[in-house]
Ligand binder design. Structure first.
Ligand code: ADP
Ligand code: MG
Length: 474
């Protein structure tokens, strides 16, 4: 890779020189601003400009999958950034090259190009409705009925690629995003795909809570070794909602050992969480760096177009016809996540069949009026917000509302005050009262501070987005 610096790059005709490395760094700086952090690190990790001749740029990438995405999805971003520095750039191509040796967690080279993920238009014939007992997989969750939208396409592509290159491409694969956005569906799709294509493969889907419980049971019955050897035999281990391992030192320790054993055997590990590894409090540093050494992809909230597509697919899957106008109304009003969207559809179906009526727009408005307002307000009160913030930051509720000034409490408390104001329109004296009888100026200050910081601090903004999702996903 050091050789790269020998390829000198003529930045402009006036003779200023920029190395390929410098040029790529500048390009990455641009691109980083236009796409999400997770996507950026997923697709641009271990890339470099390998050569530049007459405006033809060759970019080295670690695998066929990255090649696919850089040459298609991200080409316009890359070209735009390159041309803003050097307008004579004509085109880019990618080649697969070996990543740095010094990085033990980087993907091995020489992998065949992953097949481009395809959205199958036909409707899935469900494998069967039963549960695969050994793997804990639900056969309902397959790639074929997962609707691709801008919010999930990269996470979906990463999962699909992993299912085609088990253990060899991205290990571990870490998918994160808020509740009801399709993490479990995607994770299980990998498992179902594997079982279908090679039934001899050993697949295990579990949640971090189940994993913890099993560990505790095995300790009680003095069967820890059995527990460990069971988990070390899998070709694919999927652990859902890893954030619940937070603070559980003993479980994290066991998981770390199992992780390493599987990793060294090139066995695939797939993990999900409601937030990126960095944002999971009390996650052991060594586990965090393991997670970050693999591939991280996020799922965000679906936009209107995706919500519409999902509704259309789900209603036709259920052979329940909805007029476009009705679909639009639902998609515009049920916005938080896909679970909520499915819930709305199920409710409409149930009501219409019960009353033997057709889902007219008036009928649907009526049926959903409660859901729509309830997901906005009902049940969400100050106590719910305070509880959610405490859980999120893993602090005691009583500490959050106390007058204590411990450093780790101050920011969560300001966020809680901010949310009381913004979401519930609490008065400042009212907020002060909830937090140990503080003066209203403290509440005002907290609100204004967070309001200002939210625009400047990416992490704070993400935290608050996640909190909002949690608060409204009662
Ligand atoms: P999470 O694990 O992120 O909380 P789930 O995977 O449980 O979310 O998704 C909630 C529901 O929404 C599931 O029934 C799932 O099948 C459905 N769902 C989520 N995303 C999609 C999608 N893109 N296409 C089709 N169904 C989806
Ligand atoms: Mg889930």
């Amino acid at each position: 890779v050091d050789n790269l610096t020998f390829y000198r790059f003529q930045a402009n005709n006036k003779g200023t020189l920029m190395t390929n490395e410098e040029l790529w760094k500048a390009v990455l700086g641009e691109i980083e601003l236009s796409i999400s952090k997770a996507n950026f690190s997923t697709w641009f990790k271990e890339t470099a400009i390998i050569s530049n001749e007459n405006g033809q740029i060759i970019i080295g990438v670690p695998n066929g999958f990255a090649k696919e995405w850089l040459e298609n999805k991200f080409k316009i971003y890359i070209l735009r950034a390159l041309r803003s520095i050097h307008e004579d750039i004509k085109d880019i191509n990618c080649v697969i090259y070996a990543p740095r040796e010094s990085d033990p967690l980087s993907a091995p080279s020489g992998i065949d190009a992953a097949k481009a993920p395809v959205l199958e238009k036909s409707h899935p014939s469900f494998l069967d409705q039963s549960f695969n007992n050994d793997s804990n997989l639900n056969s309902r969750y397959i790639f074929q009925n997962f609707i691709i939208g801008e919010n999930n396409e990269l996470a979906r592509a990463a999962c699909y690629a992993v299912s085609q290159n088990l253990g060899n491409l991205y290990n571990p694969l870490f998918i994160y995003g808020g509740v009801g956005l399709g993490k479990t569906h995607l994770l299980q799709s990998i498992g179902n795909e594997i079982i279908l294509s090679d039934p001899a493969k050993k697949v295990c889907y579990t949640t971090s809570e189940k994993f913890t419980q099993e560990l505790i049971d095995s300790i009680k019955s003095q069967k820890v070794d059995q527990f460990k050897s069971k988990y070390q035999q899998y070709d694919l281990l999927i652990i859902d909602d890893i954030q619940f391992l937070s603070g559980k030192e003993k479980t994290q320790n066991e998981f770390f050992h199992i992780f390493n054993a599987l990793y060294q055997l090139n066995k695939q590990i797939v993990i999900s969480s409601d937030r990126p590894p960095k944002a999971i409090p009390t996650l052991e540093e060594r586990l965090r760096s393991r997670f970050e050494g693999g591939m991280i992809a996020d799922i965000s909230k679906p936009d209107l177009e995706t919500r519409t597509a999902i509704l259309k697919a789900k209603s036709s899957e259920k052979k329940f016809h909805l007029d476009d106008e009705v679909i639009r109304f639902i998609a515009e009003n049920v916005t938080h996540n896909i679970r909520e969207l499915e819930g709305a559809l199920n409710r409409i179906m149930a009501m219409c069949s019960l009353e033997n009526t057709f889902p007219t727009i008036e009928k649907v408005k009526d049926i959903l009026s409660e859901i729509i307002s309830s997901s906005k307000r009902k049940g969400v009160n100050h106590r719910h917000i305070i509880r959610t913030v405490s859980e999120f930051y893993e602090i005691e509720e009583k500490d959050l509302v106390s007058k204590g000034r411990k450093k780790e409490i101050v920011l969560p408390r300001q966020i809680a005050m901010f949310l009381l104001r913004r979401e519930l329109k609490f008065s400042y004296p009212g907020i002060g009262e909830q937090f140990g009888g503080r003066d209203h100026t403290t509440a005002l200050h907290a609100y204004e501070k967070i309001l200002k910081d939210i625009n400047q601090n990416e992490k704070l903004k993400k935290d608050i987005d996640l909190l909002i999702e949690k608060i409204y996903s009662l």
